[in-house]
Design a protein around this ligand. Structure first.
Ligand SMILES: [Fe+2]
Length: 403
């Protein structure tokens, strides 16, 4: 007890001493300031511009931000600490020919890459690191199967030379699978779970089942051009198959869900795409122009179904795609972006061709070339709401043919 009192007194004394020291230092600095002015009446605090003109300041800023400048070097240093690059041994060409045959995918994977996808080793044990997995550059023989810049071979004849040249200059992405941890905030995840719960309570009408992918149905929201000759707002967004009395409420709930996506999720994805695969803005702008040309009036009424050109469509569902498949309606050199929220275990992204699986925690983002690589996910325990953002290949190809 006595010791406590002593400490208490000691504490107060020390506090008093610290207070006195602080007061003294303030007085000293005031004195020094006054002293300087007394010594030199013309003395002024240092001007942050230090006589530099606007132009000179701009030049300084450009130099700082230029490739190889201080900013770039700092970023590279940070990336080296947090990023892991994994290079595969072979360039997987199994699904480059245009076959669109689900049974074929299962047969080829079973024959060439035997074993359970869930038994594949994890690409990186550290869940906090950005992991980029890439195959080696394609040989001339590999390239003969795909078109210029990694586009589909089937597009080679139908695109104009300047578009082909632009894709050749852009080239394929520098990685095939990328995992980015902790991209989406808790707030973003909460808002998404809330909006999805509202949709689920109303009992939405799902489109046709995709047996080659999964047993659980998905809602496809946004815009696409599948089975049509011009872009349309997807049937799931319009809820054509829902009972008439519930349709308006369902569309409203889905529109709200897409609003959450636009506010919290798309800007983060865009920032990552712009950093890791820059130079695609012209593609996005062209696709968005085509969407607005055909759907301008509809999207003015439902603006949240317009994701811009970087993404056209979003698939939302609970669970995962547990069957090995290739997404034939995705693009060879574009990523599908996958993210999941909820309280779950499993759902790792498996790629037998690249020989590994990638765990993805809630709020992380995974980009994968899903038209290029066969993939599936490991069984999920718990509740997992998974979002897959993609560019509809029909919309993309028709836009490019018109340029
Ligand atoms: Fe898929």
């Amino acid at each position: 007890m006595g010791r406590q009192r002593l400490n208490h007194r000691g504490g107060r004394k020390a506090h008093k001493e610290r207070e006195d020291l602080a007061k003294e230092s303030i007085t000293k600095s005031k004195k020094s300031f006054n002293h300087r002015i007394a010594e030199n009446p013309d003395w002024k605090p240092r001007d942050p511009r230090r006589g530099r003109s606007d132009r000179s300041l701009m030049e300084h800023r450009h130099k700082y931000l230029a490739p190889g400048g201080s900013f770039d070097r700092g970023q590279q240093h940070w990336l080296q600490k947090t990023e892991t690059m994994i290079e595969g041994d072979t360039y997987p060409t199994d699904f480059l020919p245009f076959t669109r045959n689900a049974a074929n995918v299962v047969a080829i994977v079973g024959q060439e890459y035997p074993g359970e996808p869930g038994d594949l080793p994890v690409f990186c044990e550290d869940d906090c690191k950005v992991v980029l997995v890439s195959s080696p550059p394609p040989t001339a023989e590999d390239e003969s199967l795909s078109g210029p810049g990694g586009l589909g071979k089937w597009l080679e004849k139908s695109l104009r030379p300047h578009v082909l040249a632009a894709f050749e200059e852009l080239g394929p992405p520098s990685f095939d699978i990328g995992r980015f941890p902790e991209v989406f905030s808790n707030r973003a995840q909460f808002e998404l779970i809330r909006a999805f719960a509202r949709v689920k309570v109303l009992g939405p009408a799902y489109g046709p089942a995709e047996a080659q992918r999964s047993v659980s149905p998905a809602l496809h929201l946004g815009v696409w051009e599948r089975y049509t000759s011009k872009p349309i707002i997807t049937g799931d967004s319009r809820q054509n198959d829902a009972p008439v009395d519930k349709r308006e409420k369902l569309i409203d709930a889905l529109h709200d869900l897409c609003g959450v996506i636009k506010a919290y999720w798309l800007p983060k994805i865009r920032a990552i795409v712009e950093w890791y695969y820059p130079g695609q803005e012209w593609v996005w702008e062209a696709m968005h122009a085509r969407i607005l040309k055909h759907l301008g009036r509809d999207l003015a009424k439902y603006p949240n179904f317009d994701f811009g050109g970087m993404i056209t469509t979003l698939a939302v569902k609970e669970g995962g795609s547990e069957k090995i498949h290739v997404d034939w309606f995705d693009n060879l050199n574009m990523f599908a972006w996958v993210t999941a929220v909820g309280d779950f275990e499993g759902g790792d992204f498996c790629s037998p061709q690249l020989g590994g699986r990638m765990p993805c925690k809630p709020g992380s983002l995974l980009g994968a070339r899903t038209r290029f690589l066969a993939h599936c996910c490991t069984p999920v325990a718990g509740r997992r709401i998974v979002l897959t953002f993609f560019v509809d290949s029909c919309l993309f190809e028709r836009t490019m043919r018109k340029l």
